[in-house]
Design a protein around this ligand. Sequence first.
Ligand SMILES: Cc1cc2nc3c(=O)[nH]c(=O)nc-3n(C[C@H](O)[C@H](O)[C@H](O)COP(=O)(O)OP(=O)(O)OC[C@H]3O[C@@H](n4cnc5c(N)ncnc54)[C@H](O)[C@@H]3O)c2cc1C
Ligand code: FES
Length: 292
Amino acid sequence: MTVEILQPALGTVIDVRNETTSGDVKRIVVEVPRSRTSGAAWAGPHRPGQCAMLSVFGVGECMISVSSSPPLVSGPGRPGATVERLEFAIKNAGRVTSAFHELEPGSPVGVRGPYGNGFPVDSWKGMSLLFAGGGIGMAPLRSVINYCLDRRDDYGPIRIVYGARSPGDLCFKDELFEKWPGVKGVQVDVTVDSGDETWPGPVGFVPQFTESLAPSPDGCVAVTCGPPVMIRVMLATLERIGFKPENVFTTLELKMQCGVGKCGRCNTGSKYVCVDGPVFTLAEMKTLPSEY
Ligand SMILES: Cc1cc2nc3c(=O)[nH]c(=O)nc-3n(C[C@H](O)[C@H](O)[C@H](O)COP(=O)(O)OP(=O)(O)OC[C@H]3O[C@@H](n4cnc5c(N)ncnc54)[C@H](O)[C@@H]3O)c2cc1C
Ligand code: FES
């Protein structure tokens, strides 16, 4: 059977829960058939940093990072399994994302992908890792953090820095405050732009907070994702601290339509972000048009 590249696989929502206190970000768990031999399917497993084009039928599609890490050897989606379980953190930003927030377990969704290059995790082996995320930008970082933690012995010390506007806006709190700090050789530091009476921790923006922690750039890869303004300041900060541009990685979020390098919607310079990205090094970013 021929598979149309833009034909979504039929996935099923199996869980929906609030990620933030206000509910403007929801974690949506989807199960999707994996196989390219029997009609439309998810061509997984994905690599950390890759995305899916998700659709709510009758509303539209949008590109969303897979926030779960690729499956190991057991559980739904294990290598060889025909169904994969994918997690997404979706912020209510408009027409399609608000429709995702209305879904319930059992709802059908369309899933295409995985798309994009993902993070070059094999080339990081033996290095120490610094992850610096802001807000919903933690979604692709969560995937790669859990990937590296699943293969802990392959990497050196891991430092995770995360920030959000307020304590209620922090995503993935179970991992931030419980799972990740409990792993040997992992340090987690969390900040908020504005604290409240419930927040005992640091207050400040992610780039300045990261600089105050004085991470060593020696043998270290830095990975950052967040709102565009945070990424801009963070990249400049990392370079000032002494990180080599080829050791600094970020992800670009341009508007996308096809996701497969055909429509030109996500073009920047000589790159299509959907196929050449969304992950770029700072060295590559320097070759892109200056708005990035
Ligand atoms: C590679 C990639 C990964 C992404 N990962 C995630 C993720 O993990 N979680 C998540 O919540 N969102 C993610 N996004 C953003 C998400 O795709 C947009 O929020 C979504 O397409 C908005 O669709 P909508 O129909 O709800 O909003 P619309 O009604 O189309 O638009 C609402 C507003 O959002 C703006 N907008 C639309 N698309 C984008 C975009 N790509 N970037 C910036 N502004 C946009 C519009 O101009 C408009 O102002 C990602 C985008 C890309 C390109
Ligand atoms: S989204 Fe169509 S070319 Fe990238």
